[in-house]
Ligand binder design. Structure first.
Ligand code: HPA
Length: 280
């Protein structure tokens, strides 16, 4: 996307453009692929031949990641010889940021050059057959319980009323499954439902989400996928089911359990993402 000639932005694009200029002063790296690493899934960074790391705190008017397990930096480098930008940690709506701020980091990845973006997260399993440690390819989502990131003046990023019939790119989804099969990973398919968080769900809410067609529940991702779809970026998504959602398991939930399971399936997750990236 070329922004140089466009003068009269609304505030959203103007902020993005400022952030973009700031990052461009720090690196001229041009990623082709972007990856957002969810809670506890940051181990993939060890596999990257790092060219530059930019902490979110080094960027003016950029939201900071305040959650344990989310480091908060852009990593630029090569993974499987492909130029990538990784977001080690994201920001969430429950941290008190507006949806516009929440999706700013992924929009920036797109503006830096990434045309394909893989979104990952830790999620609770709503589908009773998904045990902790399951990897789920997101093939659709429900975001009706959080505000749309596209509320506000529409700008040059995309259409006012963007189509959302196929947010998760079908070719990428197929590729993820081919890679999983090659690696012997039982990758499931499913619908991700985003809540505002930060509280986990009640058993009654999980029953409702199940009736609505959700297979997994979490506090991120859908808003990012929508903002990227608006920009016509190709999106794929993987949820790591770290726990059975409330009421499905009778144990109380903790962030520690989420991080422990994400650690346990870290290797499978890394192998899947690496193989996927090598095929792009
Ligand atoms: N609910 C919401 N978000 C989550 C969960 C959950 O059970 N597990 C990991 N993130």
């Amino acid at each position: 996307m070329e922004f140089k000639e466009i003068k009269n932005f609304f505030a959203v694009t103007r902020n993005l453009f400022e952030v973009l200029k700031e990052i461009r002063k720090m690196t001229d790296f041009r990623p082709e692929i972007g990856v957002v690493l969810g809670s506890g899934l940051g181990g993939l960074i060890d596999e990257v031949e790092i060219v530059e790391a930019i902490p979110y705190t080094a960027i003016k008017s950029f939201p900071r990641s305040t959650v344990d397990g989310h480091k908060g930096e852009y990593i630029f480098g090569y993974l499987e010889e492909k130029p990538v930008v990784l977001m080690s940690g994201r920001v969430h709506y429950y941290e008190g940021y507006s949806m516009e701020q929440v999706v700013m980091p992924v929009r920036i990845m797109a503006l830096l050059g990434a045309e394909t973006i893989l979104l990952t997260n830790a999620a609770g399993g709503v589908n009773k057959s998904f045990k902790p440690g399951t990897l789920m390819c997101i093939n659709d989502h429900i975001s009706s319980f959080v505000p749309s990131p596209l509320i506000g003046p529409n700008d040059v990023l995309g259409e006012r009323f963007p189509d959302m019939s196929s947010i998760y790119n079908k070719d990428l989804t197929k590729k993820l499954h081919e890679c999983a099969e090659k690696l012997g990973i039982d990758l499931k398919d499913g619908v991700y439902l985003q809540t505002s968080g930060p509280n986990y769900e009640t058993p009654a809410e999980v029953r409702m989400y199940s009736m609505l067609g959700a297979d997994a529940v979490g506090m991120s991702t859908a808003c990012e996928a929508m903002a990227l779809n608006h920009m016509k970026i190709k999106v794929a998504g993987i949820s790591c089911i770290t726990n059975m959602a409330t009421g499905i398991s009778d144990k109380p939930l903790s962030h520690e359990e989420v991080k422990e399971t994400a650690d346990r399936v870290g290797k499978e997750f890394r192998d899947l993402v690496k193989t996927f990236i090598s095929k792009l």
